[in-house]
Ligand binder design. Structure first.
Ligand code: HEM
Length: 435
């Protein structure tokens, strides 16, 4: 169980390659088996690297288990964050987010926005030989999100401030909760306050009559939809906007970087991706934009994204607590103990996946079978509502990227679980325009 109070927290969260389970889990699994006891984040914990138990934990959310993020995260996320609320409030807020996602996916303006931003970002690299790809990917996904949510346009200086604040906000999650000036934790709380104030200001300004009249002159965005929902108070409205941005922009950017990273290591797979996109382009008129049907034709691209999620492990685990004494197979989980279902361990389990460390998109041809053996988007009532939306914008970006550039990563580049995935060299990419 490790040291008093801190237990094994530091070793559990120690950074490691995200396409591996890391030394802590390796040693513990070989010594104690796939399910073991520990002391993590200030409490007794069960760590599960077993697929069936992980599924059981996710499926029994609200019945036998509940979300249990550390207190420091509550201060950063705010009391109405979807990751923290439970029961009726969770259902109400999640329905609003699902409606955003369904509305956005089917909107031609969303596809147009994702594609135009991809084209303009790639054009801006015209004279570059090297780019920090992960930063560019974050700027791309954030631009798409803030455009759809808040009508912030790419040329608007607010976009950069929002990105800066979000990066500080994310850093705070993985920091020690030290409430002193200058610490990542304090910066994250300040960044959240600024972001909330910015969204609140937008709501207030839209509420005044003059702006009501301006609304007729601009396209409706999701903030308008949230504002018209009378069941939500102001704090809930602001929290929904932050949750969509928090849940959506960094995860999608990381997935884009992971696909580019794994493909750089495999020229034959990169060629396959290129052929798929050339075939789609060949059937379209000059400058004709992509649509939903084109996305559905991107079968190999979709397999590559799913495989990058499995190998790259954007979310290593989620935080849960047992609300009852639980017996599952030979395991006993006492009431009140923390529970960590480790997604990475299941994704890289050799008893579930042949050559688990090999990036092989073709294993996703049987999608239903693979979906039963992976949990990149969680599961149960807290399953991620945004996965498909994230993949859609990435597929559009990849379409233009693979048709415009060849790329290579540095030989020592690697994704690292921090626990959020970062790249050793920021995914420094050498690029070369195609003819
Ligand atoms: C593409 C990469 C993505 C990955 C790997 C990912 C992963 C996850 C995971 C594992 C969870 C479950 C957390 C838990 O059980 O505690 C989650 C929840 C969530 N995700 Fe995603 N996500 C992605 C994209 C998105 C996007 C694009 C959005 C928004 C547009 C989004 C919004 C959310 C929200 C709001 C939740 C909270 C759901 C709840 O508590 O019921 N995600 N995500």
């Amino acid at each position: 169980m490790g040291w008093p109070f801190i237990g094994e927290t530091i070793s559990f969260f120690k950074p490691h390659r995200s396409d591996s389970i890391g030394t802590f889990l390796q040693q513990h699994v070989s010594r104690y088996g796939k399910v073991f006891k520990s002391n993590i984040c200030g409490g007794k914990a069960i760590v599960s690297c077993e697929q069936e138990l992980n599924m059981f934990i996710l499926q029994n959310e609200g019945k036998l288990f509940t979300s249990d993020y550390p207190k420091a995260m509550h201060d950063i996320l705010g009391e109405y964050s979807l990751l923290l609320v439970t029961g009726e409030v969770h259902r109400k807020l999640k329905n609003v987010i699902i409606s955003f996602i369904n509305l956005t996916k089917s909107k031609p303006e969303f596809l147009l926005c994702a594609e135009n931003l991809s084209i303009s970002m790639l054009a801006s690299w015209k004279n570059c030989r090297e780019i920090e790809f992960h930063n560019e990917a974050k700027m791309f996904t954030l631009s798409v999100m803030v455009n759809q949510l808040l009508s912030i346009k790419p040329e608007d200086p607010a976009r950069r401030y929002v990105l800066q604040d979000f990066l500080s906000y994310m850093k705070g999650f993985i920091s020690l909760p030290v409430p002193l000036p200058g610490t990542a934790y304090t910066d994250a709380i300040k960044a959240r306050k600024r972001l909330s104030a910015r969204v609140m200001e937008m709501i207030k300004s839209r509420e005044n009559k003059e702006e009501e009249m301006n609304k007729a002159l601009r396209e409706e965005d999701f903030l308008d939809v949230i504002m018209s929902n009378e069941d939500l108070n102001y704090k809930e409205k602001v929290s929904i906007v932050l949750d969509i941005l928090l849940g959506g922009f960094e995860t999608s950017a990381t997935l884009l970087s992971l696909v580019v990273y794994f493909l750089a290591k495999s020229p034959s797979l990169l060629q396959k991706l290129k052929e798929e996109h050339e075939a789609i382009r060949a059937k379209k008129g000059d400058g004709e934009l992509l649509n939903w049907e084109d996305y559905q034709k991107m079968e190999f691209t979709q397999c590559a994204m799913s495989e990058a999620l499995r190998c790259g492990n954007i979310v290593k685990t989620v935080h849960r607590k047992a609300t009852h004494d639980i017996k599952f197979k030979e395991y006993v989980i006492p009431k009140g103990w923390k529970v960590f279902p480790i997604f990475t361990a299941v994704h890289l389990d050799p008893s579930l996946h042949e050559n688990p460390f090999e990036f092989n998109p073709m294993r996703w041809t049987d999608k239903a079978k693979m979906n039963r053996k992976t949990t990149a988007f969680g599961g149960g009532v807290r399953v991620c509502p945004g996965g498909e939306l994230g993949k859609l914008q990435i597929a559009f970006f990849l379409h233009h990227l693979v048709l415009s550039y060849r790329w290579q990563t540095k030989s020592d580049e690697m994704p690292i679980a921090h626990p959020y995935v970062e790249f050793k060299r920021g995914m420094l990419l050498e690029i070369d325009p195609t003819s």
